[in-house]
Design a protein around this ligand. Structure first.
Ligand SMILES: NC(=O)c1ccc[n+]([C@@H]2O[C@H](COP(=O)([O-])OP(=O)(O)OC[C@H]3O[C@@H](n4cnc5c(N)ncnc54)[C@H](O)[C@@H]3O)[C@@H](O)[C@H]2O)c1
Ligand SMILES: [Zn+2]
Length: 361
Protein backbone atom coordinates (compact mmCIF):
# COMPACT_ATOMS: atom_id res chain seq x y z
CA UNK A 1 0.00 0.00 0.00
CA UNK A 2 1.26 3.46 -0.86
CA UNK A 3 1.90 5.66 2.14
CA UNK A 4 -0.29 8.70 2.72
CA UNK A 5 1.58 11.99 2.47
CA UNK A 6 0.65 15.17 4.30
CA UNK A 7 2.75 18.29 3.86
CA UNK A 8 3.52 20.72 6.65
CA UNK A 9 4.62 24.22 5.65
CA UNK A 10 7.04 26.14 7.82
CA UNK A 11 8.87 29.45 7.46
CA UNK A 12 11.99 27.50 6.53
CA UNK A 13 10.37 25.20 3.98
CA UNK A 14 8.02 22.23 3.97
CA UNK A 15 8.34 18.69 5.25
CA UNK A 16 6.27 15.58 4.60
CA UNK A 17 4.45 13.42 7.12
CA UNK A 18 4.29 9.85 5.79
CA UNK A 19 1.72 7.45 7.19
CA UNK A 20 1.39 3.73 6.44
CA UNK A 21 1.17 0.39 8.18
CA UNK A 22 4.59 -1.27 7.93
CA UNK A 23 6.40 2.00 7.23
CA UNK A 24 9.13 1.16 9.76
CA UNK A 25 10.68 -1.23 7.22
CA UNK A 26 10.80 1.43 4.52
CA UNK A 27 12.43 4.21 6.51
CA UNK A 28 15.78 3.88 4.78
CA UNK A 29 14.28 4.67 1.38
CA UNK A 30 12.10 7.51 2.73
CA UNK A 31 15.06 9.14 4.43
CA UNK A 32 17.24 8.73 1.37
CA UNK A 33 14.55 10.32 -0.78
CA UNK A 34 14.33 13.27 1.66
CA UNK A 35 18.05 13.88 1.22
CA UNK A 36 19.10 12.58 4.63
CA UNK A 37 22.84 11.89 4.51
CA UNK A 38 24.38 8.61 5.60
CA UNK A 39 25.63 9.84 8.98
CA UNK A 40 22.58 9.08 11.08
CA UNK A 41 22.08 8.71 14.83
CA UNK A 42 19.08 6.93 16.20
CA UNK A 43 17.85 8.26 19.54
CA UNK A 44 15.42 5.98 21.37
CA UNK A 45 14.78 4.53 24.83
CA UNK A 46 15.79 1.08 26.14
CA UNK A 47 12.14 -0.01 26.44
CA UNK A 48 11.15 1.01 22.92
CA UNK A 49 14.33 -0.46 21.49
CA UNK A 50 13.69 -3.79 23.17
CA UNK A 51 10.27 -3.97 21.50
CA UNK A 52 10.99 -2.47 18.09
CA UNK A 53 14.76 -2.09 17.75
CA UNK A 54 15.22 -4.99 15.40
CA UNK A 55 12.94 -3.58 12.70
CA UNK A 56 14.33 -0.08 13.03
CA UNK A 57 17.94 -1.29 13.01
CA UNK A 58 17.24 -3.21 9.80
CA UNK A 59 16.09 0.02 8.17
CA UNK A 60 19.23 1.82 9.38
CA UNK A 61 22.16 -0.48 8.67
CA UNK A 62 25.33 0.48 10.50
CA UNK A 63 23.67 3.38 12.33
CA UNK A 64 24.75 4.30 15.86
CA UNK A 65 21.97 3.93 18.43
CA UNK A 66 21.84 6.24 21.44
CA UNK A 67 19.47 4.98 24.14
CA UNK A 68 18.31 7.41 26.83
CA UNK A 69 15.56 7.03 29.45
CA UNK A 70 12.17 8.43 28.45
CA UNK A 71 10.08 9.11 31.55
CA UNK A 72 8.82 12.68 31.87
CA UNK A 73 11.28 13.28 34.72
CA UNK A 74 14.18 12.52 32.36
CA UNK A 75 13.01 15.15 29.87
CA UNK A 76 15.73 17.57 30.92
CA UNK A 77 19.02 19.04 29.73
CA UNK A 78 21.09 16.38 31.49
CA UNK A 79 19.59 13.69 29.27
CA UNK A 80 20.01 15.86 26.17
CA UNK A 81 23.68 16.11 27.19
CA UNK A 82 24.03 12.37 26.74
CA UNK A 83 22.84 12.77 23.15
CA UNK A 84 25.41 15.56 22.59
CA UNK A 85 28.11 13.29 24.06
CA UNK A 86 27.38 10.59 21.51
CA UNK A 87 27.36 13.11 18.63
CA UNK A 88 30.65 14.67 19.71
CA UNK A 89 32.31 11.31 20.29
CA UNK A 90 31.38 10.19 16.78
CA UNK A 91 32.52 13.59 15.38
CA UNK A 92 29.09 14.18 13.85
CA UNK A 93 29.21 17.08 11.40
CA UNK A 94 26.61 19.50 10.03
CA UNK A 95 25.35 16.89 7.58
CA UNK A 96 24.42 14.45 10.38
CA UNK A 97 20.82 13.51 11.11
CA UNK A 98 19.17 12.57 14.38
CA UNK A 99 16.41 9.98 13.96
CA UNK A 100 14.10 10.20 17.00
CA UNK A 101 12.27 6.91 17.56
CA UNK A 102 9.89 7.10 20.50
CA UNK A 103 7.09 8.93 22.23
CA UNK A 104 6.83 12.67 22.81
CA UNK A 105 9.56 12.65 25.43
CA UNK A 106 12.16 11.15 23.07
CA UNK A 107 10.96 13.33 20.18
CA UNK A 108 11.18 16.53 22.21
CA UNK A 109 14.64 15.72 23.63
CA UNK A 110 16.21 14.34 20.44
CA UNK A 111 14.64 17.24 18.54
CA UNK A 112 16.17 19.74 20.93
CA UNK A 113 19.58 18.06 20.58
CA UNK A 114 19.25 18.21 16.77
CA UNK A 115 18.21 21.88 16.91
CA UNK A 116 21.19 22.91 19.00
CA UNK A 117 24.12 20.61 18.16
CA UNK A 118 26.34 22.63 15.75
CA UNK A 119 23.41 25.11 15.61
CA UNK A 120 21.30 22.51 13.92
CA UNK A 121 21.64 19.13 12.23
CA UNK A 122 19.01 17.04 10.43
CA UNK A 123 16.03 15.62 12.31
CA UNK A 124 13.64 12.79 11.49
CA UNK A 125 10.68 12.00 13.75
CA UNK A 126 9.50 8.40 14.03
CA UNK A 127 6.76 8.72 16.68
CA UNK A 128 5.82 5.50 18.48
CA UNK A 129 3.00 6.59 20.81
CA UNK A 130 -0.42 7.67 19.54
CA UNK A 131 0.11 11.04 21.22
CA UNK A 132 3.40 11.59 19.42
CA UNK A 133 1.94 10.42 16.09
CA UNK A 134 -1.01 12.81 16.17
CA UNK A 135 0.51 15.68 18.09
CA UNK A 136 4.09 16.12 19.27
CA UNK A 137 5.96 14.99 16.13
CA UNK A 138 4.13 17.57 13.99
CA UNK A 139 4.52 21.31 14.37
CA UNK A 140 8.22 21.74 15.08
CA UNK A 141 8.17 22.31 18.83
CA UNK A 142 11.10 20.67 20.61
CA UNK A 143 12.41 21.13 24.12
CA UNK A 144 12.80 19.99 27.68
CA UNK A 145 11.50 20.71 31.16
CA UNK A 146 13.17 22.88 33.78
CA UNK A 147 13.03 21.93 37.45
CA UNK A 148 10.63 24.85 37.93
CA UNK A 149 8.31 24.19 35.02
CA UNK A 150 7.34 22.04 32.06
CA UNK A 151 8.67 22.73 28.56
CA UNK A 152 10.34 25.98 29.62
CA UNK A 153 13.40 25.39 27.42
CA UNK A 154 12.85 24.83 23.74
CA UNK A 155 12.91 25.84 20.12
CA UNK A 156 10.95 25.65 16.90
CA UNK A 157 12.81 23.16 14.76
CA UNK A 158 11.12 21.43 11.84
CA UNK A 159 12.14 17.86 10.99
CA UNK A 160 13.10 16.70 7.48
CA UNK A 161 10.27 14.23 7.63
CA UNK A 162 7.89 12.45 9.99
CA UNK A 163 7.24 8.73 9.49
CA UNK A 164 4.19 7.22 11.18
CA UNK A 165 3.58 3.49 11.39
CA UNK A 166 0.37 2.54 13.24
CA UNK A 167 1.66 -1.04 13.66
CA UNK A 168 4.12 0.07 16.35
CA UNK A 169 1.11 0.93 18.54
CA UNK A 170 0.41 -2.79 19.03
CA UNK A 171 2.81 -2.80 21.99
CA UNK A 172 1.63 0.50 23.45
CA UNK A 173 0.07 0.08 26.93
CA UNK A 174 -3.69 0.68 26.90
CA UNK A 175 -3.44 3.71 29.14
CA UNK A 176 -0.95 5.35 26.75
CA UNK A 177 -3.25 4.59 23.82
CA UNK A 178 -6.14 6.20 25.66
CA UNK A 179 -3.98 9.21 26.53
CA UNK A 180 -3.47 9.80 22.81
CA UNK A 181 -7.13 9.22 22.01
CA UNK A 182 -8.23 12.23 24.08
CA UNK A 183 -6.14 14.41 21.76
CA UNK A 184 -7.82 12.73 18.80
CA UNK A 185 -11.21 13.58 20.35
CA UNK A 186 -9.92 17.15 20.60
CA UNK A 187 -9.26 17.25 16.83
CA UNK A 188 -12.78 15.98 16.24
CA UNK A 189 -14.24 18.62 18.55
CA UNK A 190 -12.34 21.53 16.97
CA UNK A 191 -12.38 20.54 13.32
CA UNK A 192 -14.05 17.30 12.28
CA UNK A 193 -17.49 15.90 13.10
CA UNK A 194 -16.56 12.89 10.90
CA UNK A 195 -13.56 12.09 13.05
CA UNK A 196 -15.73 12.39 16.15
CA UNK A 197 -18.36 9.95 14.89
CA UNK A 198 -15.67 7.57 13.67
CA UNK A 199 -14.25 7.46 17.20
CA UNK A 200 -17.72 6.69 18.59
CA UNK A 201 -18.27 3.95 16.03
CA UNK A 202 -14.86 2.29 16.05
CA UNK A 203 -13.83 2.46 19.70
CA UNK A 204 -13.37 -1.28 20.08
CA UNK A 205 -11.50 -1.75 16.77
CA UNK A 206 -9.20 1.08 17.84
CA UNK A 207 -8.54 -0.60 21.19
CA UNK A 208 -7.78 -3.82 19.30
CA UNK A 209 -5.17 -1.77 17.36
CA UNK A 210 -6.70 -2.76 14.02
CA UNK A 211 -4.64 -0.86 11.43
CA UNK A 212 -7.76 -0.16 9.36
CA UNK A 213 -9.29 1.58 12.40
CA UNK A 214 -6.11 3.39 13.48
CA UNK A 215 -4.99 4.63 10.09
CA UNK A 216 -7.95 6.94 9.35
CA UNK A 217 -8.02 8.52 12.81
CA UNK A 218 -4.25 9.15 12.76
CA UNK A 219 -4.40 10.53 9.23
CA UNK A 220 -7.31 12.86 9.95
CA UNK A 221 -5.66 14.11 13.17
CA UNK A 222 -2.34 14.74 11.40
CA UNK A 223 -4.12 16.55 8.60
CA UNK A 224 -5.83 18.87 11.08
CA UNK A 225 -2.65 19.56 13.04
CA UNK A 226 -0.63 20.03 9.82
CA UNK A 227 -3.19 22.50 8.43
CA UNK A 228 -3.30 24.51 11.64
CA UNK A 229 0.46 24.75 12.17
CA UNK A 230 1.07 25.45 8.48
CA UNK A 231 -1.26 28.44 8.76
CA UNK A 232 0.18 29.62 12.08
CA UNK A 233 3.59 28.22 12.90
CA UNK A 234 4.28 30.31 16.01
CA UNK A 235 0.92 30.29 17.74
CA UNK A 236 -0.22 33.86 17.23
CA UNK A 237 -3.75 33.07 16.15
CA UNK A 238 -5.23 29.92 14.64
CA UNK A 239 -2.85 27.57 16.46
CA UNK A 240 -4.62 28.51 19.66
CA UNK A 241 -7.58 26.32 18.71
CA UNK A 242 -5.29 23.35 19.45
CA UNK A 243 -5.50 24.46 23.07
CA UNK A 244 -9.13 23.35 23.35
CA UNK A 245 -9.40 21.61 26.72
CA UNK A 246 -5.86 22.61 27.62
CA UNK A 247 -6.48 25.60 29.89
CA UNK A 248 -8.30 23.62 32.57
CA UNK A 249 -6.42 20.45 31.60
CA UNK A 250 -3.01 22.00 32.29
CA UNK A 251 -4.24 23.29 35.62
CA UNK A 252 -5.43 19.80 36.62
CA UNK A 253 -2.08 18.28 35.61
CA UNK A 254 -0.07 20.93 37.41
CA UNK A 255 -2.21 20.85 40.57
CA UNK A 256 -1.51 17.12 40.86
CA UNK A 257 2.22 17.64 40.14
CA UNK A 258 2.03 15.72 36.84
CA UNK A 259 1.75 12.46 38.79
CA UNK A 260 -1.90 11.47 38.72
CA UNK A 261 -2.84 12.06 35.09
CA UNK A 262 -1.40 11.31 31.72
CA UNK A 263 -1.54 14.60 29.82
CA UNK A 264 -4.39 13.37 27.62
CA UNK A 265 -6.48 12.31 30.62
CA UNK A 266 -6.29 15.82 32.05
CA UNK A 267 -7.30 17.16 28.62
CA UNK A 268 -10.33 14.85 28.80
CA UNK A 269 -11.47 16.78 31.87
CA UNK A 270 -10.40 20.08 30.31
CA UNK A 271 -12.63 19.48 27.28
CA UNK A 272 -15.55 18.58 29.54
CA UNK A 273 -15.04 21.80 31.51
CA UNK A 274 -14.89 23.88 28.32
CA UNK A 275 -18.10 22.22 27.13
CA UNK A 276 -19.88 22.88 30.44
CA UNK A 277 -18.85 26.51 30.23
CA UNK A 278 -20.04 26.81 26.64
CA UNK A 279 -23.40 25.23 27.45
CA UNK A 280 -23.92 27.54 30.44
CA UNK A 281 -23.17 30.51 28.17
CA UNK A 282 -25.70 29.24 25.67
CA UNK A 283 -23.17 28.90 22.84
CA UNK A 284 -23.18 25.09 22.71
CA UNK A 285 -26.08 22.65 22.66
CA UNK A 286 -26.22 20.35 25.67
CA UNK A 287 -26.66 17.39 23.29
CA UNK A 288 -23.15 18.01 21.91
CA UNK A 289 -21.72 18.25 25.41
CA UNK A 290 -23.41 14.97 26.26
CA UNK A 291 -21.97 13.32 23.14
CA UNK A 292 -18.51 14.44 24.22
CA UNK A 293 -19.06 13.18 27.77
CA UNK A 294 -20.32 9.83 26.45
CA UNK A 295 -17.32 9.34 24.18
CA UNK A 296 -14.87 10.23 26.94
CA UNK A 297 -16.66 7.82 29.30
CA UNK A 298 -16.55 5.11 26.62
CA UNK A 299 -12.74 5.17 26.64
CA UNK A 300 -12.78 4.20 30.31
CA UNK A 301 -12.71 5.84 33.72
CA UNK A 302 -10.49 8.86 34.33
CA UNK A 303 -8.53 9.35 37.57
CA UNK A 304 -10.62 11.25 40.09
CA UNK A 305 -10.72 15.05 40.44
CA UNK A 306 -13.06 15.18 43.43
CA UNK A 307 -10.29 16.23 45.82
CA UNK A 308 -9.10 19.11 43.59
CA UNK A 309 -10.37 22.49 44.73
CA UNK A 310 -11.53 24.96 42.11
CA UNK A 311 -9.78 27.82 43.86
CA UNK A 312 -6.41 26.03 43.60
CA UNK A 313 -7.02 25.25 39.93
CA UNK A 314 -7.89 28.90 39.22
CA UNK A 315 -4.67 29.94 40.92
CA UNK A 316 -2.68 27.64 38.58
CA UNK A 317 -4.54 29.03 35.55
CA UNK A 318 -3.60 32.58 36.50
CA UNK A 319 0.05 31.57 36.26
CA UNK A 320 -0.36 29.66 32.95
CA UNK A 321 2.17 30.82 30.37
CA UNK A 322 -0.59 31.04 27.78
CA UNK A 323 -2.20 33.95 29.60
CA UNK A 324 -1.62 36.89 27.25
CA UNK A 325 -1.82 40.45 28.65
CA UNK A 326 -3.52 39.12 31.75
CA UNK A 327 -6.34 37.62 29.71
CA UNK A 328 -7.12 33.96 29.61
CA UNK A 329 -7.89 32.87 26.05
CA UNK A 330 -10.42 30.12 26.10
CA UNK A 331 -11.39 27.88 23.20
CA UNK A 332 -15.07 26.96 23.00
CA UNK A 333 -16.76 24.63 20.53
CA UNK A 334 -20.19 26.00 19.56
CA UNK A 335 -20.75 22.72 17.66
CA UNK A 336 -18.69 19.58 17.22
CA UNK A 337 -16.13 20.60 14.59
CA UNK A 338 -16.29 24.37 15.16
CA UNK A 339 -14.35 26.72 17.43
CA UNK A 340 -14.75 30.14 18.94
CA UNK A 341 -12.03 31.83 20.98
CA UNK A 342 -13.19 34.06 23.80
CA UNK A 343 -11.15 36.12 26.23
CA UNK A 344 -13.82 37.28 28.64
CA UNK A 345 -14.26 34.15 30.75
CA UNK A 346 -14.76 35.12 34.37
CA UNK A 347 -13.32 33.16 37.27
CA UNK A 348 -16.84 32.58 38.50
CA UNK A 349 -17.84 30.89 35.25
CA UNK A 350 -14.67 28.81 35.30
CA UNK A 351 -15.24 27.75 38.88
CA UNK A 352 -18.80 26.70 38.07
CA UNK A 353 -17.61 24.63 35.09
CA UNK A 354 -14.92 22.93 37.19
CA UNK A 355 -17.49 22.06 39.85
CA UNK A 356 -19.75 20.56 37.18
CA UNK A 357 -16.99 18.16 36.10
CA UNK A 358 -16.54 17.01 39.69
CA UNK A 359 -13.94 19.27 41.31
CA UNK A 360 -14.43 20.33 44.92
CA UNK A 361 -15.78 23.76 45.73
N1 LIG B 1 6.44 19.02 20.87
C1 LIG B 1 5.13 19.13 20.95
O1 LIG B 1 4.49 19.85 20.19
C2 LIG B 1 4.42 18.33 22.00
C3 LIG B 1 3.03 18.19 21.93
C4 LIG B 1 2.40 17.38 22.89
C5 LIG B 1 3.15 16.75 23.86
N2 LIG B 1 4.50 16.92 23.91
C6 LIG B 1 5.31 16.25 24.93
O2 LIG B 1 5.20 14.84 24.73
C7 LIG B 1 5.49 14.20 25.97
C8 LIG B 1 4.52 13.06 26.17
O3 LIG B 1 4.69 12.15 25.13
P1 LIG B 1 4.08 10.68 25.21
O4 LIG B 1 2.71 10.75 25.71
O5 LIG B 1 4.35 10.06 23.90
O6 LIG B 1 4.91 10.02 26.38
P2 LIG B 1 6.30 9.24 26.47
O7 LIG B 1 7.23 9.66 25.40
O8 LIG B 1 6.74 9.37 27.87
O9 LIG B 1 5.87 7.72 26.18
C9 LIG B 1 5.00 7.08 27.07
C10 LIG B 1 5.48 5.68 27.42
O10 LIG B 1 5.25 4.80 26.31
C11 LIG B 1 6.41 4.05 26.01
N3 LIG B 1 6.35 3.72 24.58
C12 LIG B 1 6.55 4.55 23.54
N4 LIG B 1 6.28 3.93 22.39
C13 LIG B 1 5.90 2.66 22.71
C14 LIG B 1 5.47 1.54 21.95
N5 LIG B 1 5.31 1.61 20.63
N6 LIG B 1 5.18 0.40 22.63
C15 LIG B 1 5.28 0.34 23.98
N7 LIG B 1 5.66 1.38 24.73
C16 LIG B 1 5.95 2.52 24.11
C17 LIG B 1 7.53 4.94 26.44
O11 LIG B 1 8.69 4.20 26.67
C18 LIG B 1 6.97 5.59 27.69
O12 LIG B 1 7.15 4.75 28.79
C19 LIG B 1 5.41 15.26 27.04
O13 LIG B 1 6.71 15.54 27.52
C20 LIG B 1 4.85 16.48 26.33
O14 LIG B 1 5.34 17.69 26.84
C21 LIG B 1 5.14 17.69 22.99
ZN1 LIG C 1 -2.16 18.25 24.49
Amino acid sequence: MNPIRIDVKTSSGAYPVWIAAGLADRLDALEHEAGVARQRFIVSSPGIWRLHGEAFARAHPGTEVVLVPDGERYKQLQTVSRIYDALVRATADRSATVVAIGGGVIGDMAGYAAATYLRGVGLVHVPTTLLAQVDSAIGGKVGVNHALGKNLIGAFYPPRLVAIDPLVLITLPRRELRAGLYEVIKYGMIASPDLFTRLERETSAIFERKPEALLPIITESCRIKADVVSADERESGLRRILNFGHTAGHAIEAATKYRRFRHGEAIGYGMLAAAELAVTRGVMADADRQALARLIAKLGPLPSVTDLRTKDLLEVMRRDKKVVDGRLHFVLTPRIGETRIVDDVSEKELAAALEKIGCAR
